[in-house]
Design a protein around this ligand. Structure first.
Ligand SMILES: NC(=O)c1ccc[n+]([C@@H]2O[C@H](COP(=O)([O-])OP(=O)(O)OC[C@H]3O[C@@H](n4cnc5c(N)ncnc54)[C@H](OP(=O)(O)O)[C@@H]3O)[C@@H](O)[C@H]2O)c1
Length: 287
């Protein structure tokens, strides 16, 4: 079995997790909408993740909707005491699968209760407020009102820790004045480095940075340099992409997504990959 501890751990508030976890979004149907094409296969991926030592799963009620949370509950409840499930709120899905902002007090409160119900827990470990000011990427604008609602829900004991997703540096700084922020989840990978400065700031502050689309998302990363380095190391490009993120900064927590047990195992083996300074320099140039 791969020793995931080799990659170290990092804290999200009171939860200390291994630096490689699992993102459950790929378990929902096409377009993150509807049931999985292979229900038993989806349960098998989740069970393999935990059996392999993963202690951090990323999800949301808006994947499916409700599908990934219900799969997590079916596969893993009652949960191991060390498992940290991170969810996110502030969107809902239209009947056509569209992503609709859901930022009102009523919608955010219902989203927390719905995540509690679907995951089968009394308290959510970490809830990310996902900015929907622009669905495709961080956009400036105030998140004060929805964050204050989430902080209220935290005070009521329904949410242990709060994170932010799809946000700018200013929104993180402003957010910290409203509630303690334990993690930031933004798009970042070998080819998309907009958050370099933010990652370093968060590292200095001891705050976790959780890149989404670590493998490139719906279209996994493709690069000749990446493939060449992978070949030299006897590894796969996806493993090199994850190993690069692990080396990039100590506060990076990985949540690569997959619907395949074979890919899950391949991704976890990235913790065994040592990248030389030369390989790091070549990979750095991809961005
Ligand atoms: N906060 C946000 O706005 C936001 C947005 C998007 C995602 N997320 C979170 O971030 C997590 C990670 O993102 P993601 O799953 O969308 O993207 P990802 O991890 O970058 O990549 C997933 C894609 O890579 C493929 N893949 C995985 N392992 C592979 C391997 N070893 N070889 C070849 N292909 C491989 C998957 O296909 P297979 O299923 O065939 O393996 C899937 O198509 C999500 O699960 C979700 O929890 C958050």
């Amino acid at each position: 079995m791969i020793d995931l501890d080799k990659a170290g751990t990092f804290a999200m508030g009171s939860h200390t997790v291994k630096r490689i976890g699992y993102g459950a979004m790929q378990l929902a149907g096409p377009g993150v909408f509807g049931p999985p094409k292979d229900h038993a296969g989806a349960l098998a991926v989740l069970r393999e993740a935990v059996a392999s030592g993963i202690d951090h799963i990323d999800t949301s009620d808006f994947y499916g909707p409700y599908v990934t949370n219900q799969l997590i509950r079916e596969a893993l409840h009652p949960y191991p005491s060390n498992l940290v499930i991170v969810t996110k709120i502030s969107a809902r899905r239209g009947a056509d699968g569209s992503w609709i902002p859901a930022f009102s007090r009523e919608e955010l409160t219902e989203a927390v209760h719905s995540n509690l119900r679907n995951l089968g827990v009394d308290v959510l470990d970490v809830v990310n407020l996902r900015s929907m000011l622009d669905i495709h990427g961080p956009a400036e604008g105030s998140l004060e009102a929805p964050l204050a609602v989430l902080a209220d829900l935290q005070r009521q004991g329904l949410v242990r820790h709060i994170g932010l997703s799809n946000v700018t540096r200013k929104q993180v700084a402003d957010g910290r004045r409203i509630a303690p922020i334990v993690c930031v989840q933004n798009l970042y990978n070998l080819a998309h480095r907009d958050d370099d400065a933010l990652i370093d700031e968060l590292a200095a502050a001891g705050t976790a940075y959780v890149p989404f689309f670590p493998l490139g998302g719906f279209t996994p990363l493709q690069s000749t340099a990446l493939s060449d380095i992978a070949k030299q190391l006897g590894a796969t490009p996806m493993q090199v992409a994850l190993a690069w993120l692990l080396r990039r900064a100590p506060n990076i927590l990985l949540i690569p997504g997959t619907s395949s047990v074979a890919h899950l195992r391949e991704n976890l083996a990235a913790v065994d990959l040592a990248l030389s300074a030369d390989a790091m320099a070549m990979l750095d140039r991809i961005g």
